[in-house]
Design a protein around this ligand. Structure first.
Ligand code: GRF
Length: 223
């Protein structure tokens, strides 16, 4: 069973989707062992507490430098014995100490179809404002591994969402969450925990379940 640490800064609806997926057995072989918040007033902390999950706050503004913040974050992840780190609306950028300690073990959800409307400055409603102002007809969400390029790591899953003529940034944000984010984030976490994500030449392949069952059987000595 892998220990999952979820990093949040806001309302925590993606965290809720992960908690629900764990309860419903969609996430097998993984358990949310701690929630780390970048803000002490994030409602996500409430959701974690209501579900008996250990919480802590590691806020960038409490540290003199980005390096000290990064170090504190790493300590929190280590003390939670995290095997997988999920960024679910965490607003601070992770530094090198954390990303190299958890190489290929940090995943992020971004509310657009990367490579559109992503990178520095594209967060929250800004992403949806940009999509509407460009006039794209389809947007969506992306789950990807975190690398040292903001929103630039290998893509794990994407799901498209249609844009309507009368969309506002607010209702588009909500629809992208409902139709895409809350679906693909738990799915990606589940694939990771089952060992089904294979990273080759910077691309992710989701291995079919029969390959995983065979690998396990081979490991156990069954042929
Ligand atoms: C989501 O839109 C996610 O894609 C983005 O931040 C938002 C977090 O929302 N990275 P919530 O806190 O999970 O409700």
């Amino acid at each position: 069973m892998l220990n999952i640490a979820v990093l949040v800064s806001g309302g925590g609806t993606n965290l809720q989707a992960l908690i629900d997926a764990q309860k419903n057995g969609i996430i097998k072989n993984g358990s949310i062992s701690c929630v780390i918040s970048g803000r002490s007033d994030a409602y996500a902390l409430e959701r974690a507490k209501q579900n008996g999950i250990t919480t802590c706050v590691v806020s960038r503004k409490d540290f003199k430098s980005a390096g000290e913040f990064d170090h504190a974050l790493l300590l929190a992840l280590k003390s939670a014995n995290a095997d997988l780190v999920v960024l679910a609306g965490f607003l601070s950028i992770l530094g090198d100490e954390v990303t190299s300690a958890y190489k290929n073990r940090i995943i992020n959800i971004h509310p657009s179809l990367i490579p559109s409307f992503c990178g520095a400055g594209f967060y929250g409603l800004r992403v949806h404002e940009a999509a509407l102002s460009y006039g794209v007809k389809v947007t969506g969400a992306t789950v990807h591994f975190v690398s040292d390029v903001v929103d630039g790591g290998a893509i794990i899953l994407q799901k498209a969402v249609e844009i309507k003529d009368d969309d506002t940034p607010e209702n588009l944000q909500r629809r992208v969450m409902e139709q895409a984010e809350w679906v693909i984030l738990p799915q990606a976490v589940s694939f990771f925990c089952e060992g089904r994500l294979s990273l080759e030449n910077g691309r992710v392949r989701v291995l079919p379940l029969n390959i995983i069952i065979k690998k396990e059987a081979d490991k156990d000595g069954f042929q």
